[in-house]
Design a binder for this molecule. Sequence first.
Ligand code: URA
Length: 434
Amino acid sequence: MLMTDLIAKKRDGGELSTEEIAFMIEGYTKGEIADYQMSAMCMAILFRGMNDRETLDLTMAMMHSGETIDLSAIAGIKADKHSTGGVGDKTSLILCPMVAACGVKIAKMSGRGLGHTGGTLDKLESFPGFNISIGQRRFIDNVNAIGLSIIGQTADIVPADKKLYALRDVTGTVPSIPLIVSSIMSKKLASGADVIVLDVKCGSGAFMKTEAQARELAEGLTRIGRLAGRRCAAVITDMDQPLGCAVGNAIEVREAISVLKGETKGDLLELCLTLGSCILTEGGLAETTEQARALLQEAVDSGEALKKLAELVAAQDGSAADVYDPVRLPSAPVQLEALSEQSGYVRHIEAEKVGLVSMHLGGGRATKESDIDLAVGLFLHKKVGDRVEKGESLATIHASTPEKAEEAARLLRACYELSDTPVERPAFIKALVH
Ligand code: URA
């Protein structure tokens, strides 16, 4: 088999066979197929697309390029969640304890963030001592003992995606539905869960700018997941402004704790109830969405969900006291209000730019090696639809120095677009895809 022939076949709109796809992924992972050939193939796929059979074969070939996680030693339904990424997205910190408190097992591998704010692992490391490298044995034992564990993704999971994603990133071939679906689903399938829920963001701060694109991706992800034998659902959510109010690391953890305590409602709680009810119904722990939502709400109201987070932190070498008393988490020495220079109604908040403000403060990574300041970030007081008076605070900036705080306040003001006339609050949950 020659890669040149496969490239020409896809370029001309042909369908690649199972064997051809396996040959290409195996050869590329081993370094036997060159980057320039693989990038030509990615561009051909971007223009010509792939049918479901090809996308499933690509997903499975990528999954088999490395280690897969065997969760069979864990009794019960195992669930996992994926988000296509957004600013202020601390959903996993809330959702995982909530569903674990309802009896679903969460054995989750997460990543670190690059750019913007940190990833789930960085946020969890805001708990002093939290250990994300506890090894497979303790990982499985902890899930059996307390119902959840979250660790760092090992380098051995889907090595094909690491190479391929880096290549797509520099060859203009990221926005191809079959390539995105196979990239995301190969990692989710390798992680071993029975139920997978996907949060597909759409809007200016997201990968998919329109609802139609987000729907196409959500349908592709769930279809391939089901064809691979897993139970899947997706939720399409708005990313035209940051999720919740906190953007950073420890500051996002504090917001997550406040949701788990029942003190903060709004879009964040709504998202967790929606994703959580997909998990409970797909997992057979509830018959209807209403029943599932009631179970999840009860987990919050009874304090069981918060207790699960405390158990998670304690089981991974942190202190449960930090969950019950989050003032103990890292906090920045300087706090400054970013005051509005005009009055009006908030029409838009540029989510991506808000993420960059947090990064400038030191809360995100410019390169994989960058250190991250867990204490810095910002807390938005005004969201889309809110009325703002001149001189009122748009957000509190948490910074390491007064100079950085001033600069962040200036940058943050530029993220807000105000209107003279009232603005309707956008629907946050746009659609459910089963
Ligand atoms: N996230 C992934 O993991 N892969 C993609 O291709 C796009 C987003």
